[in-house]
Design a protein around this ligand. Sequence first.
Ligand code: ATP
Ligand code: LTN
Length: 331
Amino acid sequence: MENKKRAFSGIQPTGCLTLGNYVGAVKSWLNMQEEFDCIFSVVDMHSITVRQDPAALRKRCMEFFCEYIACGLDPEKSILFFQSHVSQHAELAWILNCFTYMGELSRMTQFKEKSARHADNINAGLFTYPVLMAADILLYGAEIVPVGHDQKQHVELTRDIAERFNGVYGDVFVVPEPYIPPVGARIKSLQEPEKKMSKSDPNPNGYIWVLDEPDVIMKKIKRAVTDSDGEIAYREGKDGINNLLAIYGAMTDKTPQDAAKEFEGLGYGVFKERVGEAVAETLAPIRDKYNDLLKNKDYVESVYKNGAQKASAIAYKTLRKVHKKLGFIQR
Ligand code: ATP
Ligand code: LTN
């Protein structure tokens, strides 16, 4: 493992893991497992910027963790853990808060969107959320951060914070690069194809859950909003069809343009059926593996405990170095 570059990423356990998350994030994580030294976290501390019901959150955290493994993240190759199990994330976040400007945070698109959506609870955590994300990444010296397009701005802020800190104290942090998959970085909602597919969409017809049954997948794809010109082509102004082509492409490792050629001249009905089949086929083994994991709670527990231990050993070293640079007395 020693000479491999390190990758870090995470998903917050809100809503349910969607095809958008799978294509935009988890799928590139799978490809990275061989080449990189990977660390993936269920970032539970991020999810409390919005009020959560404790029982529901507990259930969802476990669900996401099992989904990670079911999707193919391999505890023998990658470190898998819950963010709240490694206290250094919160500790480093505080320090980085003191190296981040209010102006920078108020420019973050996600903050602007979420504070508009949760106007009754614009808490400081929502505002400083990107600082916790910077801590997640910088604690592990990650060189690469595989995320969907919407997270690029946060990784860029992480770079700025790291460079600012390094500018004062020398080379402490590795400055990370985002990795955005070329295809599928922006899977759109099936109901409102101008918006991204979101796991906290109140309308389940807008997204596909990675554990959806084949008949549910087919129904959702058949109901997907398209257009009325009847032509299967990948071009501007055809958001719904473009999205289905991107989904099909992601399922079959083709570009949306190549996928469009495959369906040239066919009707939307047949096209949707083929897209639905491709999605159902990709997700079936994930659902099977997930159901096996549910029967094996001890194994799952050993994975996250072991993961937290390994993550913590790395994080401890970084935090120790940071403390020393800052002038704190070593413990
Ligand atoms: P929410 O809607 O609850 O804010 P989300 O669906 O955007 O959640 P996140 O937890 O913000 O999910 O994102 C997890 C990962 O999945 C990130 O790397 C993000 O970029 C990626 N991702 C999320 N939605 C999509 C999408 N529609 N297409 C591609 N990638 C996505
Ligand atoms: N902010 C991200 C989730 C996230 C993350 C991270 C992604 C938290 N910490 C570290 C990559 C690296 C989101 O909302 N998708």
